[in-house]
Design a protein around this ligand. Structure first.
Ligand SMILES: [Zn+2]
Length: 215
């Protein structure tokens, strides 16, 4: 069972990475079939197997020898590993992390992500909260979205703020403080350009790490 879940997770990780690449280039999510981003050659079936293909190809395109970023491999292994923890109680956090993980992949490429991710993750975010809190939080989220459309140069992206709001609702204030601290330290250590920093990848990595620690 663990092996099957790992394979599913790795496929899911591979697919989400490909979808984020297509979001970044504005390509259709379904057409054309998987291909090399550099030479555009369609991939054979054996070049599309998560983890194994990367190792067989030694991290390069079979046709044009263009390097495939190793993050692809790490994401496939990471997603596979996370899905092995799937149980009836971890469905909600794993789905939530998966959705925000996709947003982070898009953010890393374009400093933007599809707005539907926030709303798709929203029922998971507020699942166990009382109704008055849900209504108040949803108004707050709408407020952030409306305000940020009108604000020319905000200091922080609306996506970052929406994730911080969602995380606080899901895990509480203390957990949020610890989570933000780790994400900010990681960003400070790794980022080269603070002005145009994609913060979501750090936030989501920290969220995954904290989820694993607290589990
Ligand atoms: Zn190629």
């Amino acid at each position: 069972m663990t092996i099957i879940l790992f394979i599913y997770g790795a496929c899911l990780g591979s697919w989400l990475t490909a979808m984020a690449d297509r979001y970044a280039t504005g390509a259709s999510p379904i057409y054309p079939a998987s291909h090399c981003d550099t030479c555009q050659t369609p991939l054979a079936y054996w070049q599309m197997v998560p983890v194994i293909s990367y190792l067989l190809l030694r991290g390069r395109c079979h046709y044009c020898q263009q390097r495939i970023p190793p993050t692809t491999l790490y994401l496939e292994i990471g997603a596979g590993g996370l899905l092995t923890m799937l149980t009836s109680t971890t469905v909600r956090p794993l789905l939530w992390l998966g959705l925000w993980g996709f947003a982070a992949l898009c953010d890393a490429r374009t400093q933007n992500f599809p707005g539907w991710v926030v709303w798709l993750a929203w029922p998971l975010t507020v699942w166990s909260l009382p109704w008055p809190t849900i209504i108040l939080a949803t108004c707050l989220l709408l407020g952030v979205q409306l305000l940020w459309q009108r604000w020319p140069n905000p200091l922080i992206g609306d996506g970052d703020l929406e994730l911080i709001l969602a995380y606080t609702l899901y895990w509480g204030v203390t957990a949020t403080a610890q989570w933000l601290l780790v994400a900010s330290l990681a960003a400070l250590c790794r980022a080269r350009n603070y002005k145009r920093l994609a913060f979501l990848p750090y936030l989501v990595s920290s969220a995954v790490a904290w989820w694993l620690i607290r589990k």
